[in-house]
Design a binder for this molecule. Structure first.
Ligand SMILES: [Zn+2]
Length: 560
């Protein structure tokens, strides 16, 4: 259905998504949720079996990818999910049940503009959006990362400097390692990104201010902080069209019970909070996250960790994104998948995420290089070659090609990597609450007088309002039951519309040997009762609806 050994640009992505939707009219619909800064549609594929009910009448799971410009393997993972669901329907029991009873929204490319720059013939790697921010003018000085020799790669640039912090590894001169703290008198280098230097004075080498300084994942409303506190945050929460479109979409689709956001890289499954410790989370919600995380570890081989506790860029700084917004504001369980961990692939043990970048051993670098040489066929690490730089004079270009060596899996390993995730997403989506009809009962009370009992239940694992945080914030109402009577029939007792409570799921069921007493063995059920005056044989319509758990209807005929 889709290629998995290369990245596709926007136009091809659009064609592929249209084809997939056209080939499965009963299971898939493609719609834009809005437009990017440069006017490209942000596509959303709605996946459900439409014959069993419209999307909004079913519990939903939301997946998006590629909000960060160079993290394009996220798009590939989103395509793999679409493929798995469309080709698995009718063949796999879990996929069939998922699309019959629930809906999955997949947005393969939230930031089409930035991705287009990353895939250009002369690529430009930026964090997110192509909109200039915070200022519109070009930098007047400094180093600007650029493919200066026109080979389609942005590598590293090294040049000799007696006070430089880098040196060649003694056994592997291609590899650059740090100079020891007290070492002097050797052959040392400075290393910067491949690029041109504006207004170089021959002495200072500042990095030019990046004109495209936005980070769309910092533009969400939850704990939004201005630029000085959170780099790339944007002018105000949802100031960017891509983020505004996602936030509005998720708010309009109140059936969304959970979400997953594809990023790269590090090979981890990240859960909230980003800004607070676990003990500030309702314990019941933490237990659900732990259940999901355990399954995720089993299915993907990635560790499941908290952003706050284990994935901070700096121990004193916190970050936020879509994930914190979806869980903290709306109470829907939310995960970030950071696809791809080259360190683990290379056999490095004890890799501790972000800390590893600040400090790791030269042995780790050697392992990485050896593995990259063996698997990437020259694509991941480039041997240094001479280049006459217009500002610096003779330099060498080479080193890590981070786009392939780190930011994304190399093309030939991509499919193997992205096929780890659909099963975990299916598992999470099937955990959602699901409102179903339990029973109806008609009892004659006398001449043309009838009692109607309408029983519904939640057959999902999670409660109808999904999390304790939702319940605390009262973000969703309980089950709403309605009775519709034909002309000539009257309601004697009971309201035409009744708001019921939330229905529990099975997630707080302890293991049997713990013998904790339960308050009520049927907290997953609700019964609505009306007394109606109508002629024998009258047909009455009953409905029950819940924003997240779906809708059900039943017809009863008034007969003894
Ligand atoms: Zn990212």
């Amino acid at each position: 259905m889709f290629p998995y050994d290369r990245f596709v640009k926007f136009e091809e992505l659009t064609t592929l998504l249209r084809k997939a939707a056209d080939a499965h009219p009963n299971l898939a619909r493609l719609n834009p949720i809005g437009n990017s800064h440069e006017g490209r549609p942000i596509w959303c594929m709605t996946l459900t079996h439409f014959a069993t009910g419209e999307a909004l009448t079913k519990p939903a799971f939301y997946v998006d990818a590629n909000i960060h410009a160079t993290e394009i393997s996220g798009s590939v993972a989103a395509l793999k999910l679409i493929d798995t669901l469309l080709s698995g329907y009718g063949k796999r029991a879990d996929v069939t049940r998922l699309l019959d009873t629930r809906v999955v929204y997949v947005l393969p490319r939230v930031n089409p503009d930035g991705a287009e720059w990353a895939m250009a013939d002369k690529p430009k790697f930026i964090r997110s959006s192509t909109r200039p921010y915070p200022w519109d003018e070009d930098a007047i000085e400094g180093l600007e990362a650029e493919d200066i020799d026109g080979d389609g790669r942005i590598l590293m640039m090294r040049f000799r400097d007696d006070n430089g912090p880098w040196k060649k590894h003694a056994d592997e001169p291609r590899l650059m390692i740090r100079r020891d703290p007290t070492e002097s008198g050797g052959e040392y280098y400075r290393i910067v990104s491949e690029g041109r230097i504006k207004n170089y004075d021959g002495f200072n080498l500042p990095v030019a201010r990046v004109k495209t300084g936005l980070d769309l994942n910092r533009n969400f409303p939850e704990e939004w902080r201005p630029e000085g506190e959170q780099v790339g945050a944007g002018d105000f929460p949802t100031s960017e069209p891509e983020v505004r479109a996602c936030v509005e979409f998720i708010n309009r689709h109140r059936n969304i019970c959970g979400g997953l956001f594809f990023h790269t890289w590090s090979g981890v499954l990240l859960r909230p909070f980003g800004t607070k410790p676990d003990d500030e989370m309702p314990p019941e919600d933490l237990w659900v996250f732990q259940t999901q995380g355990k399954k995720g570890e089993e299915l993907t081989g990635y560790p499941a960790i908290s952003v706050f506790h284990e994935f901070k860029y700096h121990p004193k700084e916190v970050i936020t994104g879509t994930q914190d917004w979806l869980y903290t504001e709306l109470g829907s369980y939310a995960w970030v998948v950071e696809i791809w961990c080259p360190m683990r692939e290379a056999g490095i043990t004890g890799y501790k995420y972000i800390d590893w970048f600040r400090d790791h051993s030269a042995e780790d670098d050697l392992k990485m290089l050896k593995w990259t040489d063996a698997t990437h066929k020259g694509l991941g690490y480039v041997d240094w070659y001479a280049y006459e730089h217009p500002e610096l004079g003779p330099v060498e270009l080479g080193g890590w090609n981070r786009f392939y060596a780190f930011s994304n899996p190399p093309p030939h390993l991509m499919e193997k990597e992205v096929e780890k995730f659909p099963d975990w997403i299916i598992y999470q989506a099937l955990m959602s609450p699901k409102l179903e009809h339990h029973s109806t009962k008609v009892t004659p009370l006398g001449e043309d007088l009838w009692r109607i009992d309408f029983g519904v239940h939640n057959t999902g694992y999670l409660a109808t309002d999904v999390s304790k945080l939702t319940r605390k914030k009262k973000h969703v109402r309980g089950v709403i039951a309605e009775i519709t009577l034909p002309d000539g029939a009257t309601l004697v007792e009971g309201k035409a519309r009744i708001e019921g409570t939330q229905l529990e799921g099975r997630n707080n069921t302890a293991t049997l040997v713990s013998f904790f007493p339960g308050a009520n063995a049927t907290q997953d059920r609700a019964r609505f009762t009306w007394i109606v005056r109508a002629k024998r044989g009258t047909k009455v319509q009953l409905h029950a609806a819940h924003d997240r758990a779906g809708r059900v209807g039943a017809e009863v005929v008034l007969m003894p």
